[in-house]
Design a protein around this ligand. Structure first.
Ligand code: NAI
Length: 242
């Protein structure tokens, strides 16, 4: 379904990004992983994509919060793959703390990676999308951006900002054939969330359990092919934010 397409996934070396990369590879897309973490993890995901799904896959080290570094890496991807069709802005971090005690650097860092990182990627890929008159952007937000979450003012603000960015990009680029949607996951079991079996918030999830990375990856697969859907925020949250 995505044969001949190239999908860039930021933060794709583990967790939700890894699951999304493998899902899009299973649909036939060539895979580009951008990550700042352990390069051997990203190489491993690429190797699995190549072996299991017979697609091209390559990993690049880059900090998505660095405007110029993102510009350079997108130029490298263009040289290696020709263009980009799908961009998944998944790289994200947390630096939790109550607002009254939060350090300025913890607020700035989370906004820089989660929100400006997505801006940087979209900004530098948009020329390719516009030239192709085709493009699909998927931003991984969070239910924290819809509901707020005590102890996460920086993270919730970054994710709410990402939703505003999503809807604006959807409106600006729709005439150029580019779609932009967000996914708002709830509690999904990954390294970021850790083992939360005793978290009281779990009792508030109507479906009664944490989600799995594949639940978010399936939503990304849907949005990658949903040709009449743009500006949407798709909750994958067991119902917690309804
Ligand atoms: P994770 O911590 O397991 O993976 C994040 C990946 O992003 C890592 O590979 C990391 O190296 C990479 N990364 C971090 N900073 C980066 C930077 N500056 N430049 C490039 N890469 C960078 O996280 P997880 O759980 O897989 O989350 C992925 C996304 O989903 C994040 O945006 C997160 O906020 C969001 N999310 C996760 C939820 C969950 O329950 N796990 C719930 C809601 C949203």
């Amino acid at each position: 379904m995505l044969k001949e397409k190239t999908a860039v996934i930021t933060g794709g070396s583990r967790g939700l990004g890894e699951a999304i990369a493998k899902k899009l590879a299973s649909m036939g897309a060539n895979i580009v992983i951008i990550d700042i973490g352990d390069p051997t993890l990203a190489q491993q995901v690429c190797e699995e994509c190549r072996q299991q799904y017979n697609v091209e896959a390559k990993a690049y080290q880059c900090d998505v919060s660095d405007f110029n570094a993102v510009k350079e890496v997108v130029a490298l991807i263009k040289a290696d793959f020709g263009t980009v069709h799908i961009l998944v802005n998944n790289a994200g971090i947390t630096r939790d703390g109550l607002l009254a005690m939060m350090k300025e650097e913890d607020f700035d860092k989370v906004i820089a990676v989660n929100l400006k990182g997505a801006f940087n990627m979209i900004r530098h890929c948009s020329g390719l999308f516009i030239r192709n008159r085709e493009g699909c952007i998927i931003n991984i937000a969070s239910v924290a951006g819809l509901m707020g979450n005590a102890g996460q003012c920086n993270y919730a603000a970054s994710k709410a900002g990402l939703i505003g960015l999503t809807k604006t990009v959807a409106k600006e680029l729709a005439p150029k054939g580019v779609r932009c949607n967000a996914i708002a996951p709830g509690f999904i079991a990954t390294d970021m969330t850790g083992n939360q079996t005793d978290n009281p918030l779990l009792k508030m999830i109507p479906l009664g359990k944490m989600g799995e990375a594949c639940d978010v990856a399936d939503a990304a697969g849907y949005l990658a092919t949903a040709k009449y859907v743009t500006g949407e925020v798709l909750r994958v949250d067991g119902g917690i934010a309804m």
